[in-house]
Design a protein around this ligand. Sequence first.
Ligand code: ATP
Ligand code: LTN
Length: 335
Amino acid sequence: MDSGKRKRVFSGIQPSGGLSLANYAGALRNFKALQYECDCVFCVVDLHAITVRQEPDVLQRNTYEALAIMLACGLDPERNIMFMQSHVPAHAEMAWILNCYTYCGELGRMTQFKEKSDRHSENVNVGLFDYPVLMAGDILLYKTDIVPVGADQKQHLELSRDLAIRFNNIYGDTLIVPEPYIPEVGARIMSLQEPEKKMSKSDENENAYILLVDPPDVIRRKIKRAVTDSDNRVVYLDEKPGVQNLMSIYSISTGMKIPDIEKEFETKGYGIFKDRVAEAVVELLGPIQDEFAHLVADRKYLESVMKAGAEKAECIAQKTLAKVYEKIGLLPRPK
Ligand code: ATP
Ligand code: LTN
């Protein structure tokens, strides 16, 4: 493919704890698929993670681990730009600029802000409120065409689009208006314990989520305990959210389509279904876990990846930022 025509992809993952099967389903899996046809930039968004309180040493460890798991999932650092958000100052700078074009009302309406303010009522800080603007900056700095994310990020992406359009309307064509890329299956993996709630790695009940690094026996136990219903039929219906969720997980793990899954389990009950889902997840995660164990121990290598990534990212980001400054009327620093 002509490299001039390749679409730019940007996405970010927070180092806010171990990554989950939901992060894989909604995001990482698609990053992997897109890397072959697009120019991809994948960022560990550490500045987003500090909108809730983090222990410094835990944050450091999670940050290395987030990069290691992205690599273990098959993202190629030669093909993609992979870096830490805080290593490229343009992200914080762009966020400031965009702050001046964002209305408080727009941010106050954000579902994630409302949820996280409830969950962290002792620390409703300005960063938490401003989180979507930093995210818009991430995306717009790279002239991004496509943003692969889970369904929970749709509202944030809408804001990024609105800000790009708003800026362009004032100053003329400057920023690219990004498109979301939300998968059909796996965009919203639900909690294994409360299937009407999204699976979140920060859930206080660890049976609610599967971490990509969970050992096989833990995965089997969590899936066995997953909440379903008393109907015992494996069919994909909205009134059976627990079963629907396990079917999505099975689909992601095996590559099978939902109707084929219904067929496979037509004459079988939840016992066999859950066993097969668990084995499929164990099989999916096995190679990722082996690769992760090897990579996470090699901090030198991880640092070499993030260093090279930051240099490449900075070049692109700095160019967009300079153009934005110029359009606004900020004086260039005399040489
Ligand atoms: P937390 O659960 O702690 O709030 P998070 O997992 O939502 O964090 P990120 O690590 O930043 O936050 O998410 C990374 C990617 O995973 C995003 O693209 C997000 O949309 C996706 N994602 C998160 N939760 C789910 C889910 N339940 N189903 C599908 N995709 C998800
Ligand atoms: N808010 C996102 C993480 C994120 C992101 C981004 C995703 C930060 N910046 C830019 C896509 C593009 C989340 O998943 N919680």
